[in-house]
Design a protein around this ligand. Structure first.
Ligand code: SF4
Length: 80
């Protein structure tokens, strides 16, 4: 499910701003790796939330963090 969220974000990001364009691709790469993210992941989510141009990028971190709150025991570290 988390990978699906990132895949959707990477596919639907229009690419007009860097936080969403780069963040969504990095989120998908991280999800594909299956390796729990490091400290930079939380920073990436914060940058997306604060600096994306439109609501798509600004709200995506909320979806990721909501999912990891619900399944936190199976997704340690993925909420940033
Ligand atoms: S936040 Fe909005 S404007 Fe920026 S890349 Fe994503 S969809 Fe485009």
């Amino acid at each position: 499910m988390l990978r699906h969220v990132w895949a959707f974000a990477a596919a639907e990001s229009c690419g007009a701003c860097s936080p969403c364009r780069v963040g969504s691709r990095r989120g998908l790469e991280q999800a594909d790796s299956g390796v729990p993210p490091g400290a930079g992941y939380a920073r990436m989510l914060d940058v997306m939330r604060q600096a994306s141009l439109c609501a798509f990028g600004r709200r995506l971190p909320y979806a990721v963090r909501s999912l990891t709150r619900a399944y936190g025991d199976r997704l340690p570290g993925w909420g940033g």
